[in-house]
Design a protein around this ligand. Structure first.
Ligand SMILES: Nc1ncnc2c1ncn2[C@@H]1O[C@H](COP(=O)(O)OP(=O)(O)OP(=O)(O)O)[C@@H](O)[C@H]1O
Length: 251
């Protein structure tokens, strides 16, 4: 697989909750080696969109394909096995366990399943090797023996990403990875995401606009469930509709 490969294609996704269209007619593509950020004010539909891609919610209408294979309606577990990894806003970490034990458990959770061709070569490695690699990639190797409940908030977010990486995904859906971080922690996370970019297709939902504009190759702007603009960072920065609806004048 080379750079320029479309790994995820979402077509005309709509999700209704009763009378509310939380996501309305949204289409997007995630490319290997690129970060696609989705931004928008609270309630815009970003988390719902992520849930539609990961299989945590079924769409009302529309479809999602992963490397050309239709995955609409599959379970999150099946989609994860097919190579799509997701981190959640709420942490999945077992706080009394060490950093290493958490990553190892995440690696093990996928160990029983047949690997799909889409997953990274490391998916074929043993559980320990995958966990080691994920720990290393996430920059947490020096903290492997620390109890997860005692590490900093930023390190817990890194751990969350290490746990996602331990499943050896090709696609990463990251829901607010910088939430609650101080400046130094946020900078570390931006560096980490930059390092992960080449080997993954990445969807980034994030409120930190400095990080978004530093990282994203492409942005989709949502308001009230609808896409109001989609384009490169300079295009979005200069879009009058986006400035009026969301960004303000600082970008
Ligand atoms: N399970 C649900 N049932 C009913 N309404 C929901 C459900 N999940 C989300 N919504 C509504 O859908 C809309 C979009 O919510 P969503 O959480 O996707 O927005 P968001 O852009 O992720 O917001 P935030 O930035 O605050 O996380 C909101 O009006 C929300 O109240």
């Amino acid at each position: 697989m080379s750079d320029g490969t479309v790994l995820v294609q979402a077509r005309q996704l709509t999700k209704r909750f009763g009378g509310l269209a939380a996501v309305h007619d949204v289409s997007l593509e995630l490319w290997l080696g690129r970060i696609h950020a989705v931004i928008g004010p609270n309630g815009a539909g970003k988390s719902t969109l992520t849930n539609l891609l990961s299989g945590d919610l079924p769409p009302t209408t529309g479809s999602v394909s992963l490397a050309g294979t239709e995955i609409t309606g599959r379970t999150p577990e099946a989609i994860s096995r097919a190579g799509l990894g997701r981190s959640y806003q709420k942490t999945n970490i077992f706080l009394p366990f060490t950093v290493w034990e958490n990553v190892r458990l995440a690696a093990q959770s996928r160990a029983q399943h047949p690997a799909s061709w889409l997953r990274r070569a490391t998916a074929f490695a043993g559980t320990n090797e995958r966990a080691e690699r994920a720990l290393e990639l996430a920059g947490l190797a020096p903290r492997r023996d620390a109890i997860a409940g005692t590490i900093s908030h930023g390190e817990q977010r890194q751990l969350e990403i290490a746990m996602t990486l331990a499943t050896a995904p090709r696609v990463l859906l990251l829901d607010e990875p910088l939430a609650g971080m101080g400046t130094a922690e946020a900078e570390r996370m931006v560096d980490l995401l930059q390092r992960l970019k080449d080997a993954h297709a990445m969807l980034l939902v994030e409120h930190d606009m400095d990080a978004v504009f530093a990282l994203a190759d492409r942005l989709t702007v949502m308001v009230d469930g609808k896409v109001i603009a989609s384009g490169t960072p300079p295009e979005i920065r200069h879009d009058a509709g986006v400035r009026a609806a969301y960004l303000g004048e600082e970008h």
